[in-house]
Each structure stands twice: as structure tokens, then as C-alpha cells.
Design a binder for this molecule. Structure first.
Ligand code: ATP
Length: 242
């Protein structure tokens, strides 16, 4: 039996005026996979995720989620259908508490208070540091804690497909290790994850499959292990000299 496809992009393009940030990208993410897109600064990674989430329009091509064409749908409808973006830069509300940030993540959900409590609890189980800091203003959290909060908040909408934009950005190696451990735990709990990363080492190590994005185009694809072993990838994205 083949695993169902959660996300399918068909020749998707994103344009900003004359700039074609994403060009004819076709990728698949199957249910329960972690798929990573690696690419340098400006390769189009964030534009691609925003377009999947409905925050940037597609110039051409299609976005299919569980077989449904969502290309024309606004972001809040895609959220309800199970696609959630944890954005680059985290986007936490600095002057709101950790708990309030989490509750905002469940805003669009038709959930009972008991369900919302359970979702908050799940977030605290995944990131115990957040429980200790639940009344602290989000703006006073460390960078790593803010990343944990951004992910926990994204999970409050009960996604089926989680889009993670550079979760390791600006974080210290030990915190990055924790974040990647949590991403793997989410996959083990059944979530499907599309991850975007510039520093690809840990991302490829936990990925089932990966794609390389260069100036808006997919130039290479393979299993995480294959790309980790590729000399060209090692030289360009893993900081390893050939
Ligand atoms: P980074 O890793 O630096 O975040 P990225 O791979 O996520 O980069 P994008 O942010 O998607 O890349 O940017 C792709 C291209 O689109 C860049 O040339 C960028 O300048 C351009 N771009 C992104 N957002 C906009 C916008 N709102 N208006 C105009 N151009 C944009």
C-alpha cells in the first residue's frame, strides 16, 4: 500500500513584480514524512512556504493538500484544513504571555475549553521550559524559547501539515539539537512536516527526503542520507571543504 500524499505542489511559481522568487516547483510530501528544503539566502524558501500557507499568492501552478486544490484559498481556510506555518523570525507576540501566545494559536479552532487545555498541555509536554515560563512575556524569552513557543503555538491549531521556516536560525548548537529532537518527536506522533533550513546538517539527518532550492528552482532531490553524503551539498550547505 502506498502512503497517501499530504502535500503536492505542481509547477508552483511565486512572483514579486519582476522577481520570480519561486519557479515551477513540483514537490511531494507524503503522510508522516519530514521533508526538508535546503537553500541559500534568497533562494525562495520562505516565499515557497508562505505560498503553501496562503500568505503569498501563486503566480502559476497548484497547491494540493490531501488531494484538495487549495491554491485559491485564503490562509485562514488552509489553517482550518490543517496547514500551519511556523514563520521565520518566529512571530511571537512580545507583549503577551507565553500562555496567551499559545491561546492565540487556537484562535481559529472550533474547540472546547477542555480541548484547548489539552492542546496547551501537549505544548508544555513537548517543551517543558514553556510551562515554567507560562506567565512570562514572550518578548523576554531567549531566542531558543521563542522558537519553542512559535512551534507550540503552531501546534495549537492541530495541524496535519506543519511548515517550519528556519527553526534553527540564530540559535546556539545545544538549543538547535533540542529543537530538532522535538521535530523528530512530532513526526513520531504522526505529524507531516515540511522544513526549510539554510544550515542543513541536522535537518538532513532527521529528514526522510529533501530538495535543494537554488534561485527559486529545485535542482536536486534525494533521501536525507543521500544529500548528506553528496560532496556538492557538503561543500555548499554543510560548511565542509571538498
Ligand atoms: P532567507 O533564507 O534569506 O530567508 P529565502 O530562501 O527564504 O531567504 P525568500 O525570502 O523567499 O528567500 O526570498 C526570495 C526572493 O524573493 C529574494 O530575492 C527576495 O528579495 C524576494 N522577496 C521576498 N519577499 C519579497 C517581497 N515581499 N517583495 C519583493 N521581493 C521579495
Amino acid at each position: 500500500m502506498t502512503t497517501p500524499t499530504t502535500l503536492k505542489l505542481e509547477r508552483l511559481s511565486v512572483r514579486y513584480g519582476a522577481i520570480e522568487a519561486v519557479r515551477d516547483v513540483s514537490i511531494d510530501v507524503r503522510q508522516g514524512e519530514i521533508v526538508t528544503i535546503i537553500g541559500a539566502n534568497g533562494a525562495g524558501k520562505s516565499s515557497l512556504l508562505k505560498c503553501i500557507a496562503g500568505l503569498e499568492p501563486a503566480a502559476s501552478g497548484r497547491v494540493l493538500v490531501q488531494g484538495q486544490d487549495v491554491t485559491g484559498l485564503p490562509a485562514h481556510k488552509r489553517l482550518r484544513l490543517g496547514t500551519t506555518l511556523s514563520p521565520e523570525g518566529r512571530g511571537v507576540f512580545s507583549d503577551q504571555s507565553v500562555l496567551d501566545n499559545l491561546l492565540l494559536g487556537a484562535y481559529s479552532l472550533k474547540a472546547t475549553p477542555a480541548e484547548i487545555d489539552r492542546l496547551v498541555d501537549n505544548g508544555f509536554e513537548l517543551f517543558p521550559r514553556l510551562r515554567e515560563r507560562k506567565d512570562q512575556m514572550a518578548g523576554t524569552l531567549s531566542g531558543g524559547e521563542q522558537q519553542m513557543l512559535a512551534m507550540a503555538r503552531a501546534l495549537m491549531s492541530r495541524p496535519r501539515l506543519l511548515l517550519l521556516d528556519e527553526p534553527s536560525l540564530g540559535l546556539a548548537p545545544l538549543i538547535i539539537r533540542d529543537i530538532f529532537r522535538s521535530i523528530r518527536a512530532l513526526r513520531e506522533a504522526g505529524l507531516t512536516i515540511l522544513l526549510v533550513e539554510q544550515m542543513a546538517n541536522q535537518a538532513l539527518a532527521i529528514s526522510d527526503r529533501a530538495y535543494v532550492l537554488e534561485t527559486g528552482r529545485i535542482t536536486l532531490e534525494g533521501s536525507g542520507a543521500e544529500l548528506l553524503a553528496s560532496p556538492a551539498i557538503r561543500a555548499s550547505y554543510l560548511g565542509v571543504a571538498l
